[in-house]
Write a new protein. Structure first.
Length: 617
């Protein structure tokens, strides 16, 4: 019997959406479906617990093809290759050159150089690029915006002198004066006319991009994904319109713009972000009626975020940046920069830079992420996220356009207000443990010491001393508040001891002791857990013998009415007394004089600051 035409699993009947919903409702046992199963994202839309083919049939994205307008499925048809980029930091061009030559033999095929504005010269560039085959790799330059035209002219002359094939040169100059307006509040109107000069300088090099959109700065300031995307589109559209108004051909203008995005830890949402970014940018450029659809391609460099990086338990940064890198690789970006895990507290060293390189190489060479075109295609979930993000980001884009465009909105301070409010909200959520930072406000390394590590201050490379004319964005890492608290504890020379007085119900005392040990260890306290005591008096005596500054009674809600007050009275003020939980008898305990309670609803950061103050730290 010939069964070659039979379909697998045809004997199974596919459940309908309603049948799935009915089954879920039964399993919920009366609980509210919307509250328990629907994810209310920070991006302005809800995510359902499951999606089916019928959910995405109405979307445009599944019908698109790789390498074709609107490029939602990527810019390439044959593969998913991306440039593995490393930014070089060195004191002299000779040092930078030596380092570049070294890393080019270790898997890097994209270099990033920063040239001080007052050192831009033919001699500097020649020393920097000595023995580097510029037609075999991608090279990116950053310098003072006032010197970018001069740098472009020097580079063009250098490529001409070396006789390079113009079509094989892939280069960018990070010219983005509007970043200074939105991030630092600087007036950059005088620099904007340089845009056309830059394009005229490099017009014979079709892969030489000289206009940058540094949305990564918003990402590093805590912006939500949809905010970074929406503002990036408005940012790019502002440059696009400015160039067209100056007489630059629409296709030529679009080909000179490069986007630099950050990558946050929201794995699937970040994949969708880059897909939605290509879709919407293609839509924007298409409105200018370029000569060909290829001009509508978005070229996007992706950089793992600094916002969620930590000083303590720094190796966890590797886990964060690895999933972030995976998101960008799967999404099909042009190039990726992996921020070394130690960047939050020191200039990255050879070891951390090597690990950062290998994080990409593992995905490319061993996991073969570079061989499959649009590897996320066919995922109903990612297709839905792509469409939802595009819808919400477009609203932000239109709102900025109604304000007169990106630069006008930045001068008015509305963009800065939104990003600063988001940053403050995320810091509050971190303080309340509504947003987890592994190793910082959740599951810290109890015994870790800073060993002299200090958070690096975020600095601006621009040497201008001009006072800001507009509002600025306050960029602070999410973990900074907890790190400052823990460092203050460490520098005080006294490590407080938090002792778990575990008594009563085994399950509840263990659960609350675990919660409380994590809670107090986040401030750098020494925590002492216990297996349980027969009486509260025995527990208090053991705590005092251990030199406890804080005694945390851990038991069940019902038993607190029996144990808490006797323990508090027996302690008699010899240490701070804390109840782990929010029992129904809390008001009665407060009447008895008990002041301190720790549980999931308290502001952890403010509570720990209060304890530090009471302990003289």
């Amino acid at each position: 019997m010939n069964k070659t035409n039979e379909k697998l699993f045809q004997e199974f009947v596919a459940p309908t959406t309603q049948e799935w919903l009915d089954k879920i409702q039964v399993d919920l046992k009366g609980a509210d479906f919307q509250k328990r199963m629907v994810w209310r994202t920070n991006e302005g839309f809800d995510v359902q617990p499951f999606y089916r083919r019928e959910d995405v049939e109405k979307l445009q994205t599944p019908d698109a093809l790789p390498g074709e307008f609107p490029f939602v499925r990527g810019n390439k048809k044959a593969d998913n290759e991306w440039y593995v980029r490393q930014n070089i930091k060195a004191q002299t061009p000779q040092e930078a050159n030596a380092k570049a030559l070294d890393v080019l033999n270790k898997g890097i095929d994209s270099l990033g150089f920063r040239i001080p504005g007052d050192e831009v010269s033919k001699e500097y560039v020649e020393a920097l690029l000595k023995d580097i085959a510029c037609d075999c790799i991608e090279i990116n330059f950053t310098t003072c915006k006032r010197h970018s035209v001069e740098l472009a002219q020097i580079l063009v002359a250098y490529f001409e002198e070396k006789g390079y094939d113009k079509d094989r040169i892939v280069v960018s100059i990070d010219w983005d004066p509007m970043e200074k307006t939105v991030m630092k509040g600087k007036n950059v109107d005088a620099l904007l006319p340089l845009a056309k000069q830059l394009i005229d300088t490099v017009k014979e090099y079709k892969h030489f991009r000289v206009i940058a959109v540094n949305a990564v700065a918003l990402n590093n300031a805590g912006a939500y994904i949809v905010q970074e995307l929406g503002y990036a589109l408005a940012w790019g559209a502002e440059y696009m319109q400015m160039l067209v108004d100056e007489g630059v051909d629409a296709a030529e203008a679009a080909r000179r713009i490069k986007f630099n995005f950050g990558i946050s830890e929201n794995y699937f949402m970040e994949i969708a972000k880059f897909r939605a970014a290509r879709l919407l940018w293609a839509k924007i450029v298409k409105e200018y009626q370029p000569c060909c659809d290829c001009a509508c391609r978005m070229i996007a460099n992706a950089e793992t975020t600094r916002y969620n990086m930590t000083v303590f338990d720094a190796y966890v940064n590797l886990l964060r940046s690895q999933t972030e890198t995976m998101s960008a690789a799967i999404a099909g970006v042009h190039s990726i920069v992996v921020t070394p895990f130690d960047a939050a507290y020191e200039t990255p060293n050879d070891f951390s830079e090597r690990i950062a390189r290998n994080q990409q190489l593992l995905l490319k060479e061993e996991s073969h992420f570079a061989t499959i075109v649009d590897p996320s295609a066919g995922s109903y979930y990612i297709e839905e996220l792509t469409a939802s993000l595009a819808k919400e980001a477009w609203k932000i884009f239109l709102n900025v356009e109604e304000q007169g465009g990106f630069l006008s909105a930045a001068k008015a301070g509305t963009i800065q207000d939104v990003i600063n409010a988001t940053n403050e909200k995320r810091h509050l959520h971190a303080a309340q443990r509504r947003e987890f930072i592994l190793g910082t406000n959740q599951f810290p390394n109890f015994t870790e010491q800073s060993d002299g590590k200090e958070p690096l201050a975020q600095c601006c490379c621009c040497k201008s001393n001009d006072a800001p004319e507009f509002k600025a964005i306050n960029a602070t890492r999410l973990a900074a508040d907890f790190e400052n608290l823990r460092l203050a504890t460490e520098k005080s020379g006294k490590q407080p001891v938090a002792f778990m007085l575990t008594v009563g119900n085994l399950v509840w005392r263990q659960a609350r002791a675990q919660f409380s040990t994590n809670f107090f260890a986040c401030a750098g306290y020494k925590v002492i857990d216990n297996l349980g005591f027969k009486s509260v008096e025995e527990g208090v005596d053991a705590a005092l013998q251990a030199g406890a500054d804080i005694i945390v009674i851990c038991s069940s809600d019902d038993e607190y009415a029996e144990y808490a007050v006797p323990a508090y009275k027996y302690l008699d003020g010899r240490a701070l007394f804390v109840v782990a939980g929010a029992p129904a008898c809390a008001e009665e305990l407060k009447v008895a004089g008990i002041e301190h309670f720790v549980h999931v609803k308290v502001n952890q950061l403010e509570t720990l600051k209060m304890f530090n103050e009471k302990l003289g730290i």
